[in-house]
Write a protein that binds this ligand. Sequence first.
Ligand SMILES: Nc1ncnc2c1ncn2[C@@H]1O[C@H](COP(=O)(O)OP(=O)(O)O)[C@@H](O)[C@H]1O
Ligand SMILES: [Mg+2]
Length: 402
Amino acid sequence: MTERGDLPWPEKHRPQSREDLVGNTDAIDSLKTWMASWEKRVPKNRAALLVGPPGTGKTASVGALAIDLDLELVEFNSSDKRNKGAIETLVWRAASQQTLDGRGRVILLDEVDGLSGTSDRGGVSAILKVIKESMHPIIMTANDPESPRLKDLYSVCEVFVYRPIEHDEIVGVLKMIASGDSVSVSLEALERIADGAGGDLRAAISDLETHVKRGNLDDVLRTSRDIRHGSDATLRRFFMSVDPAIARDVLSDSDLDYDSLLLWVEENIHLHFLDVHELENGLDGLSLADLVLGRIMNSQNWKLLSYFFDFMASKVAMSRSETPFRKVEYERPSWPLLVWQGSRSTDREADALAALADRGLVSRSRARRTHLETIHRLVKLNPGSFKRFAEWLDVDKKALKQ
Ligand SMILES: Nc1ncnc2c1ncn2[C@@H]1O[C@H](COP(=O)(O)OP(=O)(O)O)[C@@H](O)[C@H]1O
Ligand SMILES: [Mg+2]
């Protein structure tokens, strides 16, 4: 078994009681009142929705309050299967049955804005049905208040809004952790960690852990900021979105440039699109976006940028229709960015790439980086093969010229 001491620090220091929670006082106290009210009678709304940015204590509040109120906690988190069927059976069972020992129960559906795409519409209606008749409080959490998933839920839920944790409160928690674990960290370092966390207490605790274990604070902060504001956060929010408008905002808010965006998405798309059709549609959208970007780079016609965003947001992100959103570890693009940028497609190449992508069942960008390069090399070795390749791909010979 894992010792508590081996856990990552944000887990190790998971609040065990109301007193351990900082910030969002009103939200947490009203949540507690609502949860406690069940003992007397079933309240008007049988469900609660906690909405707010990551690392503000939404999940932690439910855990801590369940302990304080002596409730049995039944948790369905985002890595569990939570489609219509699972909700109708597992969640329904938890909601409709008494506990064995007669204690109260609270049901947590964590991160409901991450429920899967279109195929999961049934998921929300299944949740609505369970809520209507639940014997126990159902609490849901979500990061994105505008997620269309939440639209139908708001009206049947008590809504509790969580805000980013204040700088001083973060410093306070970090100080307690440092002194509890007898590690000495300067107040200045704690302040800087809190500054870098942007109200995300989990991130701050995790940065403190890295700093204590590895040293150099500047590196810690630089890396964690990259992860938070760069590729990781962008990809997570991009693949999570079920509304093109939000996916578009995610991309335009990102610190990544357009080339890197494409590369990161391409490298990681298979982690979220587990269904063949999803992957096919996603890669299709990606090649269109890739093509537009190629044209922009060649012509410097930045008016086209809007199409790039459209393809990424309405085709790529929206391709997730079956697979539920899950948290994954993203991989760095394996192909060096510079090589790729150097060989960006020209319009002339477009036909060849489309044909190669088609035959090789790969995206156009991958076709350029692997197949087309190979052809170029073979042609160099054997200039006579030029015609054969052109015929095979059914493209004009010019399309294969370098
Ligand atoms: N308000 C808070 N008070 C105390 N600790 C917190 C708070 N918010 C987050 N944490 C720390 O961060 C970890 C993750 O918080 P969590 O509740 O999972 O955040 P959220 O669900 O809002 O993303 C907790 O285990 C705890 O260590
Ligand atoms: Mg959470």
